[in-house]
Design a protein around this ligand. Structure first.
Ligand SMILES: Nc1ncnc2c1ncn2[C@@H]1O[C@H](COP(=O)(O)OP(=O)(O)OP(=O)(O)O)[C@@H](O)[C@H]1O
Length: 359
């Protein structure tokens, strides 16, 4: 168990500052997910945490210990990567036991530990197999077991599921959540997949260009994104965002200080006929495309505001042609010119229902 604290951490590679003044605390026992687009600095942060890379500035604390100059092997951290290199000539048992190399542990105790960990990750029946006789998920579990056998204070997982197919990835996601519950150890997990971040993390840290955009529980990020980046990064399809000028004559007046207005695709609805609901804007729209996913339908529509995605859980209204899109004013997210959310500038009471044709 361990709390991790990054204090004003920066990293520069050849004059390129890829991590910029990051300060954050990763709570003891949490499942914290670092998420962000490719190149935003996720792996660099992990590598600094684990000690494989030295930060250019700042301090790293694990519990009350300053670990800036501590070798990776002394940090009590275990890492699992996406390319989990198992030894092909060793059995599962041998591979797991290898995690204990250089730790003078008596043979009997070693065997006990391996069996205990194999049981936790569901590999007990496969201990004598070689990796080529295992499925992708089982191999990933061997890599996890090899890390777990060291009983580290912190697990660092760098996109560990990205080599698995979609179905197995979903299954392993659940297994990792359960494993975390069972162990109670601090997990720091890196992914660029926002669905993975939302479903696994009890806290997520959204990064962009080496800076923290938001750190909060997944539901908080979804409901109260701190800025435009977090708003557009979390949610599928992403939030529809338009400049204030797109709302001219539709939301009047847009308060001073609001530069962008967004709404989530699932907060709008589509119908064949106009409904004129109070405090809701209604836009006559043209259906451009429609994806039927079974339980939900994703529409791409065009109207006076622009082209937007709507996510609906009702039966599809039509494949093409005209429809009416309703967006409750209370579901709008205002942002300032600095792209920071301005929840205090509430738009919800500004206007009764209006009906607008395609511009
Ligand atoms: N050893 C290095 N030398 C020079 N530049 C590096 C080095 N390692 C990383 N970088 C640069 O630092 C930036 C951040 O890289 P990093 O691997 O941390 O991103 P990431 O968010 O993990 O990306 P991905 O999701 O693609 O793995 C990138 O621009 C990368 O090119």
């Amino acid at each position: 168990m361990a709390e991790i604290r990054l204090d004003n951490i920066s990293k520069t590679f050849n004059e390129d500052r890829v991590v910029k003044n990051i300060s954050l605390t990763i709570k003891d026992g949490s499942f914290t997910v670092l998420v962000g687009p490719s190149g935003c600095g996720k792996s660099t942060i992990l590598r600094m945490l684990a000690g494989f890379e030295k930060q250019t500035e700042g301090d790293i604390w694990i519990d009350d210990k300053l670990v800036n100059d501590l070798a990776p092997s002394k940090r009590d951290i275990a890492m699992v990567f996406q390319n989990y290199a198992l030894y092909p000539t060793m059995t599962v048992k041998g591979n797991i036991e290898f995690g204990l190399a250089n730790r003078k542990i008596p043979k009997k105790e070693r065997r006990q530990l391996v069996e205990e960990i194999a049981e936790i990750v569901g590999l007990s029946d496969h201990l004598n197999k070689k990796p080529d006789k295992l499925s992708g998920g089982q191999r990933q579990r061997v890599a996890l077991a090899r890390a777990m056998v060291k009983k580290p204070k912190v697990f660092i997982l760098d996109e560990p599921l990205s080599n698995l197919d979609a179905k197995l990835r979903t299954q392993m996601r659940t297994e990792l959540i359960q494993l975390h519950k069972k162990l109670g150890t601090t997990f720091v997990y890196v992914t660029h997949d926002q669905v993975e971040a939302m479903s696994m993390g009890d806290e997520i840290i959204i990064l962009n260009k080496g800076m923290v955009q938001q750190k909060a529980a997944p539901i908080d990020v979804y409901q109260n994104p701190r800025n435009l980046f977090a708003a557009e990064f979390i949610g599928q399809p992403p939030m529809n965002v338009f400049d204030r000028t797109a709302y001219e004559g539709i939301v009047e007046p847009v308060p001073e200080g609001v530069r962008y207005i967004g709404f989530r695709p699932e907060h709008a609805s589509v119908s064949r006929t106009a409904a004129s609901i109070p405090h809701t804007i209604e836009l006559e729209s043209e259906i451009l495309t429609l994806e039927t996913l079974g339980a939900e339908t994703i529409y791409k529509v065009k109207n006076r505001i622009g082209v937007m995605n709507i996510r609906s859980f009702s039966a599809p209204v039509a494949k093409d042609g005209c429809c009416f899109v309703s967006i409750p004013l209370e579901k709008f997210y205002p942002f300032g010119a600095d792209k920071i959310a301005k929840p205090e500038l509430d738009l919800s009471m500004k206007k009764e229902a209006v009906l607008n044709g395609i511009g």
